[in-house]
Design a protein around this ligand. Structure first.
Ligand SMILES: C[S@@+](CC[C@H](N)C(=O)[O-])C[C@H]1O[C@@H](n2cnc3c(N)ncnc32)[C@H](O)[C@@H]1O
Length: 248
């Protein structure tokens, strides 16, 4: 792919960056406000690991199992695995699989290791503390999942590049993340609706995550730019987008 082009005025332009800038804003809605990429504050990690994401995480795992009933063996790469609740649920749902969980946060990987041992799954989960942008896998993964990582990533093309290159051709994919609301008031209303009784730290993180998230149009544009348009994007509720399909 040619990254730099002369636009006839003598300026050098870069289509990838232009698309990124053009779609950075939602449909006339508020701009994206980035939150810190890695979750490595001790209190932040403790609040996240103690939070009850059972319904959302089990729903994500059930969707993967329903979408790919023939995917019975192989290694699933979980990008931004956090405290490993999703890998553990996935392996309980399909005991023939293995998971490689990657997270850049030391405290998060420590929680994941403890949870993995408590679940007795240390033989089937491999945890790696690393930024996914630097990860190399040989052999590549047989499937890729990721929940709630994309909104942490400053450059979304790095995220989709990793999904594409860290997996084998035709690997099943399931990615879920938050949708950026139109206004800060809408974001606050979602926090009040879905996290009313949660600790302040979690409510603040949820609010900042919503402001840092992508819109459906932006995700569709990122997929098109990365030649991943075969993947399907769905908006199942008022605060999530889900991308599924097979990567080639
Ligand atoms: C909101 S948590 C989601 C955790 C888990 N997927 C879940 O659903 O419970 C996002 C995680 O991504 C990790 N993360 C952020 N940027 C990362 C990067 N560049 N490489 C690897 N992990 C990253 C954070 O440290 C954090 O643990």
């Amino acid at each position: 792919m040619t990254l730099n082009q002369n636009d006839g005025t003598g300026r050098i332009t870069c289509p990838v960056l232009m698309v990124q800038r053009r779609f950075w804003k939602g449909s006339g809605a508020m701009e994206r406000t980035l939150e810190p990429e890695v979750m490595d504050g001790e209190e932040q990690v403790r609040a996240y690991a103690h939070a009850d994401f059972a319904e959302e995480n089990q729903g994500f795992v059930d969707q993967f199992l329903d979408l790919y009933p023939d995917f019975q063996e192989g290694t699933v790469l979980d990008l931004g695995c956090g405290p490993a609740d999703i890998p553990i649920r996935l392996l309980r749902g399909r005991p023939t699989l293995h998971v490689t969980g990657v997270d850049a946060s030391g405290p998060m990987i420590q929680w994941a290791e403890e949870a993995m041992h408590r679940a007795g799954l240390q033989g089937r989960i491999r945890l790696i503390r690393q930024r996914f942008q630097e990860l190399r896998l040989d052999p590549p993964a047989d499937a890729v999942i990721s929940n709630s990582l994309a909104h942490h990533v400053p450059n979304p093309f790095q995220f989709w590049y990793a999904v594409k290159t860290l997996a084998k051709p035709a690997a099943p994919v399931l990615i879920m993340d938050l949708l950026r609301p139109d206004t800060e008031e809408d974001a606050q209303a979602l926090v009040d609706r879905y996290a009313a009784d949660e600790p302040d730290q979690l409510r603040q993180d949820f609010y900042h995550s919503l402001l840092s998230a992508f819109t459906e149009d932006e995700v569709a544009a990122h997929l098109a730019e990365m030649n991943l348009s075969r993947l399907l994007i769905d908006v199942p509720d008022d605060r999530h987008w889900v991308v599924s399909g097979r990567v080639y």
